[in-house]
Design a protein around this ligand. Structure first.
Ligand code: NI
Length: 178
């Protein structure tokens, strides 16, 4: 396994539409997914899309750690997972601001409007179907990672730029408020 180099905002690979994965069960895809999971863990991220490691293919890895899940029945902790050739369907019209960061935009975070409830589908490296109806953090991270496959970064989804800043400053401001 290997830690991969992460593309940072400004690199053109992050702005292009990624291509479908022809064979999700191919050995090179399995290797890429393993390396992406290792890279995500090393960087302490919640998700990583293939274009972020300079591979313009439609797949991403992610995880839901217990202390980020909302506690909603459709938003519980989940170990490292992969979704290849995903589709995302927004369910309902409940949109909420959620704080997100991105490994391609290090040190910063922002409040980004995301659908609360979605359904997603795709396959894993064995070609088996994955995905289901989810809410909260799980739904948010899937929307964020899916956007990477279409060349969309979270600042392009923002509606209130006053809620955009450096991690340390936002943490300090929140601590001061509480
Ligand atoms: Ni990201």
């Amino acid at each position: 396994m290997a830690i991969l180099k992460i593309a940072r905002m400004g690199h053109p690979v992050l702005l292009q539409k990624a291509a479908e994965v022809a064979d999700p069960t191919a050995p090179e895809i399995r290797r890429l997914v393993a390396d992406m999971m290792e890279t995500m863990e090393d960087a302490m991220g919640a998700g990583l899309a293939a274009p972020q490691v300079h591979v313009p293919l439609r797949l991403f890895v992610f995880r839901v750690v217990a202390d980020r899940a909302s506690g909603d029945p459709d938003d519980v902790a989940m170990p490292n997972s992969v979704v290849i050739n995903p589709t995302v369907t927004i369910l309902g019209d409940d949109t909420r601001l959620r704080w997100e960061g991105c490994l391609s935009i290090p040190g910063l975070r922002a409040a980004v409007p995301r659908a609360w409830r979605i359904r997603y589908e795709g396959v894993d490296t064995e070609g088996k179907p994955v995905g289901r109806e989810v809410t909260g953090f799980h739904a948010g991270v899937v929307q964020h990672e899916y956007d990477h496959l279409d060349g969309v970064l979270y600042p392009m989804r923002m509606t209130d730029f006053s809620l955009f800043g450096f991690n340390e400053e936002i943490a300090r401001a929140m601590a001061a408020r509480s």
